[in-house]
Design a protein around this ligand. Structure first.
Ligand SMILES: Nc1ncnc2c1ncn2[C@@H]1O[C@H](COP(=O)(O)OP(=O)(O)OP(=O)(O)O)[C@@H](O)[C@H]1O
Ligand SMILES: [Zn+2]
Ligand SMILES: [Zn+2]
Length: 792
């Protein structure tokens, strides 16, 4: 038997697979989706690869080398994910191997030690384990064959020994036998209620193989004596095995489904009847989209299917995660960056084994190995964080749509401010457009007041808060209500400015100003990490008159405190949320009304649902507009609409104050009226005229080299290759310098292709992708971004 293997050779990436011979002992183990270690190249060094297919014969029969050993005893990628990987390779212009790898938890890609863990004391006593509970994963075919058998019988597990979690201990567990626990329940005497409870517990959790005595006692108040009695009766077995790490899940509060409003009910019906067609759920802020997601997910779970829900950045949406866990309890796996590598692997494995049937997570959770998908939900579908910005550059929304097609299941894209791309597809009936025009409690959307900073109410002083905003805050606080204040920092930082010569300190390696970090008294480059102490005098002219320019949350906080001495303020920015879990703690405190004002950066703009918040203030609506990205207006509109939507969500009416230097800008005007429809029309016009998405597709190529001339030369060469295949009205922009033209002493140029339907172009881009390897040997880096979200 032969295996087609996609290998991981960084210097020699290709998109085709190589054939290898499967050693006889491993014939039952080597199946598609298993990772193997194989010899590669002349030097026959060993590399890791993924088995894509198993074949009876190979056309290279004579030359093929045998697989050295396996890394997995059972497939880590199922047939769906294997098929997805090959589509993703095409779609994202990346290498197959990086698509395969990106689907797995990080620990499986790292140099972490892999181990086999005995699940019974009998296995521990075997000659392979020699009394040890855990052994390093063996690499001989014979041992691997033995382990594979044990694994199929549930006698061992394969895991990763993450350094700081290496300490483990043995514990007593109660194990299921293959008995019908419901029948046995009948035979128990009526008084033995704890025993009944235990039997019932195993009946209710058919996936559960074992549970520790400790957990029985602590979580379910079932004593060791009760468990032992049932062991004596022969209903269970008792054993001593290794205790593996258990992620600390906080208390989960159960929540009940709410009675849907008429609009919610309609949307719900559409979703459960949708089958394979994607649904764009466009609902104004506070229209109760979450409740619809949860009930639709519930519906498909009851059909015995699984559910996947994506959220923009999980640390920013603790309320959403808590709701999903509250509704579905221990069936939920949460995948977020706050987990340790080991914990992430454990969650992944719970999904893989079918123990978790609901997954909620950020971008990469779109690869969760759920089988039998019933529904996929993407909350805040317009968020740019769904796009991965390094290889493979995929958009989680496109991946979700692919999985929806594969599983024939509905994909629900939810937002109050859909991306233009999605809305246009709704318009063309490629998606089913479902609109929620009313808030749950029929409240009106909050009225918005625009404060023109040009005719500033405080011309003399450099203040960030205008009189109207302060008055509104005072009024809000008098009524014992709460306020959210947004300091928009998109594309915006604190610089050190010399007041004598106007110079701003620059990074020596990149063409960018250094930003001030007061906390550790440093100047920092966000691109290369260069840092130095804040200087006492100007490098350029020697003046000591240095001043911070820009507006920081700390500065606004001080100003707020001076204007409203009694106000209790919670500040939320990168500094105050750096520690794990601090984001959730701050939001909890605000929710419990331990503060009057929540002041923060973009991280407070979306998803928050606090009934007592009646005022939202935007300190600076403009910074995003200054950018040269064609999506600048769209992003500004989305941000302002989202944050405005935090006010007046419950019974009390809300209001919004937006401070701006561009009061006439249409994105700001229309966000103030929360008029998505008008914005959509206007923006579509602009996109049409300027030939941007959704009318045109985009591909961005970025070329860099340590020598500016070399980078520019290759950029021109690529441009020359691309131009001939362009069709009428299709455009190539560039080579141009991006906003930051030098990073880490490399010079950057970019090309942007605007095209419509052009298979030869895509073919050419794929060819360019393949040549990248050759060029990289001469110090070039070329990256290709399909449908870029960042244009600068
Ligand atoms: N049918 C219902 N009955 C009573 N309350 C509901 C119902 N549906 C939703 N709610 C409540 O209404 C509030 C707003 O709902 P939700 O947060 O889901 O809105 P949303 O559409 O996601 O808004 P946003 O886009 O602003 O995040 C929440 O407090 C939610 O608990
Ligand atoms: Zn100076
Ligand atoms: Zn730098």
């Amino acid at each position: 038997m032969y295996a087609q293997v996609v290998v991981d050779v960084p210097t020699q990436q290709t998109n085709h697979s190589y054939d290898y011979l499967i050693p006889e002992l491993l014939e039952s183990v080597v199946v598609p989706g298993v990772r193997v270690v194989v010899p590669f190249g002349r030097g026959k060094r060993l590399v890791v690869g993924f088995v894509i297919q198993v074949l009876e014969t190979s056309q290279f029969k004579r030359q093929v080398k045998p697989i050295h050993h396996v890394l997995d005893l059972t497939p880590v990628l199922n047939s769906e994910l294997l098929a997805l990987s090959s589509w993703l390779t095409q779609e994202s212009f990346s290498f197959w191997i990086s698509c395969l790898q990106t689907m797995l938890p990080g620990v499986m890609r790292s140099k972490v030690e892999k181990v086999a863990v005995a699940q019974t004391s009998a296995i521990q006593a075997s000659s392979l384990f020699q009394g040890r509970p855990i052994i390093p994963f063996p690499t001989t075919a014979l041992a691997q064959q033995q382990l594979a058998k044990w694994k199929n019988q549930g006698l061992i597990e394969v895991n990763y020994q993450v350094a700081n979690q290496a300490h483990h201990r043995q514990q007593l567990v109660l194990k299921r036998k293959s008995l019908n626990y419901q029948e046995l329940l009948m035979t128990l005497s009526g008084r033995a209620s704890k025993q009944q409870q235990l039997m019932q517990f195993f009946w209710d959790h058919p996936q559960l193989k074992q549970i520790s005595y400790q957990e029985l006692e602590q979580k379910y108040q079932i004593s060791a004596a009760t468990a032992n009695t049932l062991v004596k009766r022969g209903y269970f077995t008792k054993d001593k095995v290794v205790q593996w790490r258990q992620p600390d899940t906080g208390p989960i509060v159960n929540t009940q489904a709410r009675t849907l409003t008429a609009q919610q009910q309609q949307a719900y019906q559409t979703i459960i009847q949708a089958q394979a067609k994607p649904i764009l759920l466009e609902g104004v802020t506070g229209s109760g989209k979450t409740e619809i997601y949860l009930q639709a997910m519930q519906y498909f779970l009851q059909q015995g299917k699984t559910a996947l829900m994506l959220v923009p950045e999980i640390s920013l949406t603790p309320q959403m995660v808590a709701q999903v866990q509250g509704r579905f309890g221990s069936r939920v796996a949460v995948l977020h960056s706050g987990l340790s590598q080991g914990e992430r692997y454990d969650e992944w494995q719970r999904i893989q084994l079918g123990q978790a049937t609901v997954v909620v997570g950020a971008r990469s959770a779109v690869f969760a190995p759920l089988k039998n998908l019933g529904i996929i939900v993407i909350d805040e579908e317009h968020e740019s964080s769904y796009k991965q910005e390094d290889n493979p550059r995929y958009h989680a929304r496109s991946v979700a749509l692919w999985r929806g097609r594969y599983a024939h299941c509905p994909v629900v894209l939810g937002s109050a401010t859909p991306s233009l791309e999605s809305r246009a597809r709704g318009q063309k009936k490629l998606y089913q457009l479902v609109q929620l025009t009313q808030r749950v409690h029929q409240q009106p959307l909050p009225p918005v007041q625009i404060v023109d900073l040009r005719e500033s109410y405080n011309l003399s002083v450099q203040l960030d808060l205008s009189q109207p905003l302060i008055q509104n805050l005072q009024f809000c606080l008098q009524k014992k209500e709460q306020a959210i204040l947004l300091l928009n920092r998109r594309g915006f930082s604190n610089f050190l400015l010399c007041r004598t010569c106007g110079q701003v300190p620059q990074c020596p390696n990149c063409d960018i100003s250094l930003t001030v970090h007061l906390q550790n008294k440093q100047l920092l480059c966000h691109y290369c990490g260069y840092h130095c102490a804040i200087p006492q005098k100007c490098d350029h002219c020697g003046s000591r008159k240095l001043r911070f320019s820009g507006t920081g949350t700390e500065k606004v906080e001080q100003e707020l405190q001076e204007a409203l001495p009694s106000a209790r303020i919670i500040r939320m920015d990168n500094d105050t949320t750096a520690r794990k879990g601090s984001h959730r703690r701050l939001l909890n405190r605000f929710g419990q009304q331990e503060a009057d004002i929540l002041l923060g950066t973009q991280m407070i703009a979306k998803g928050l649902d606090f009934p007592n918040v009646t005022l939202v203030g935007v300190i600076n609506a403009d910074t995003g507009l200054a950018s040269s990205d064609f999506r600048a207006s769209e992003r500004t509109f989305q941000l302002l609409t989202q944050v405005s939507g935090r006010a007046g969500r419950d019974q009390k009416p809300g209001r919004v104050v937006i401070q701006t230097y561009n009061p006439d800008n249409y994105a700001i005007q229309l966000a103030a009226r929360q008029d998505y429809e008008r914005f959509y029309q206007k923006e579509m016009n602009f996109r049409h005229q300027a030939q941007y998405p959704p009318y045109f597709y985009l591909i961005k190529l970025t070329i860099s080299h340590r020598q500016r001339a070399a980078a520019l030369k290759l950029a021109y060469q690529l441009a020359q290759q691309i131009k001939p295949v362009l069709q009428k009205r299709e455009v190539l922009l560039g080579p141009t310098e991006p906003t930051v033209a030098r990073i880490k002493n490399r010079y950057y140029y970019q090309l942007v292709v605007k095209y419509r339907q052009n298979p030869p172009l895509l073919q050419l881009i794929r060819q360019i992708t393949n040549n990248v390897q050759v060029e990289s040997r001469h110090g070039y880096l070329v990256s290709i971004d399909n449908e870029p979200q960042k244009m600068e």
